[in-house]
Design a protein around this ligand. Structure first.
Ligand code: ADP
Length: 225
């Protein structure tokens, strides 16, 4: 199953991706996570990306495309992959088609007010990437990850000014990408206003019915959120 997840910041792409990745043992490839890790390591890519990520702007296409091209050539992608946060421009979408074939583009959307509310109370585990929300999906114990006990952190770009900028960038760039996948007959639209706990099983059913999700789960009891 080779899918890309599209949608605004805070729509739930990471939560969807983590569920399918754990349940079916296929890699969750998040360009945002890759950049955050590179910034943390202080690598050359990290230094280049930081000036864009910190301001909520898109990292230049050539940098992102090269990262994804390399990542998709790793052996763990043979059973499939879930791309989260890529493509974000039409140039990236075309580049992706040159090095792989996508089975579906899943467009996960929520109204902006809902997403902003979710982002402003979002916490993440810096070790495993699990996403929590203090209002809707809090950790069992005070601000530590349920899975590995690591203290949770806020993403540095989850602050009002940068959230707003990420939204502006998103709305300026998303429509041609949606149109691109719709014209190829690959677009699946999911309204996630109902919350991931309900929307994820809906998507799973659609993917099975369309014959896109054919692999057996390696962790059938994976919890949804
Ligand atoms: P979100 O979707 O919540 O805004 P991500 O974690 O996907 O956040 O991305 C964080 C930041 O990383 C973006 O604001 C941008 O600076 C950079 N980034 C991630 N993916 C891409 C991409 N495909 N193209 C350009 N920049 C990207």
């Amino acid at each position: 199953m080779r899918i890309v997840l599209l949608g605004p910041p805070g729509a739930g792409k990471g939560t969807f991706a983590k569920y399918f990745s754990r349940k079916y043992c296929i890699p969750h490839i998040s360009t945002g996570d890759i950049f955050r890790a590179e910034i943390e390591r202080g690598s050359e890519i990290g230094r280049k990306a930081k000036e864009y990520v910190d301001r909520g702007l898109l990292v230049p296409d050539e940098i992102v495309i090269e990262i994804v091209r390399k990542r998709l050539s790793e052996p763990d992608t043979v059973r499939g992959f879930i791309l989260d946060g890529f493509p974000r421009t039409i140039v990236q979408a075309r580049a992706l088609d040159e090095f792989t074939t996508i089975d579906a583009a899943v467009y996960i959307y929520v109204p902006m007010e809902v997403a902003i509310e979710r982002l402003s109370s979002r916490y993440v585990c810096p070790r495993c990437g699990r996403v929590y929300n203090l209002k809707f999906n809090p950790p069992k114990n005070d601000l530590v990850c349920d899975d590995d006990g690591t203290p949770l952190i806020r993403r540095s770009d989850d602050v009002p000014d940068v959230i707003r900028r990420r939204y502006e960038v998103y709305y300026q760039t998303f429509q041609p990408i949606i149109d691109y996948y719709r014209s190829k007959g690959l677009l699946i639209e999911i309204d996630n206003t109902i919350g991931s706990a309900k929307a994820i099983p809906l998507l799973e059913k659609i993917l099975v019915e369309k014959g896109i999700l054919r692999i057996k789960p390696c962790n059938p009891d994976t919890p949804i959120v």
